[in-house]
Design a protein around this ligand. Structure first.
Ligand SMILES: [Zn+2]
Length: 176
């Protein structure tokens, strides 16, 4: 029997990484991603804060992690100017009515601006008499100090196709 070399991949940019984690923000539990639905992402392209990815560099399969991100390294600070009133007509459907299932206080809605950038906003107020909808474009985790605790489930090389697409394929990743 010959010698076998086991290569343990460490996380670096462009590796495909699968993790489980639990997130708290200002000591409040936000979410848990467990082993039944791990998060899969292409390192350097996760869509999560850069500092989040930085904290995983050098870790390998089976490693645990615990780290804290300050708001400045995570989702920034809340800005009053990101709370805006938009004309209610913008939200009418073709029959000139509001879709009350889609539009309700507390709901998060996707919006596209004139430059075709996608945004998410939470509805703070629907004022039908004064004909505006008040939206908060601040990230729900703005102003929060985030604490992640989790485990590296898998680290692998990205396929050429994944590198071309800029995202990971497979369970928990991009599916198309
Ligand atoms: Zn793809």
């Amino acid at each position: 029997m010959g010698n076998r070399t086991v290569i343990i991949l460490k996380i670096t940019e462009k590796k495909v990484v699968s993790i489980t984690y639990s997130l708290t923000a200002n000591d409040q539990h936000i979410e848990t991603v467990d082993a039944s639905h791990p998060m899969l992402f292409l390192h350097g392209n996760s869509g999560l804060p850069e500092k989040f990815e930085d904290n995983l560099v050098g870790l390998s399969k089976g490693d645990d992690f615990h780290f804290t991100l300050l708001p400045s390294d995570a989702f920034g600070t809340r800005e009053e100017e990101d709370i805006v009133d938009l004309p209610i007509e913008n939200f009418y459907s073709e029959d000139g009515k509001l879709d009350s299932e889609f539009l309700a206080v507390g709901k998060i809605i996707p919006l596209t601006d004139e430059q075709n950038n996608h945004h998410k906003a939470i509805i703070l107020e629907i004022n039908e008499s004064e004909k505006f909808i008040k939206l908060d474009f601040n990230h729900p985790l703005a102003d929060k100090t985030l604490h992640f605790t989790g485990k590296i489930i898998e680290v692998r090389e990205a396929t050429k196709e994944e590198l071309d697409h800029g995202h990971a394929h497979g369970l928990g990743g991009h599916n198309h």
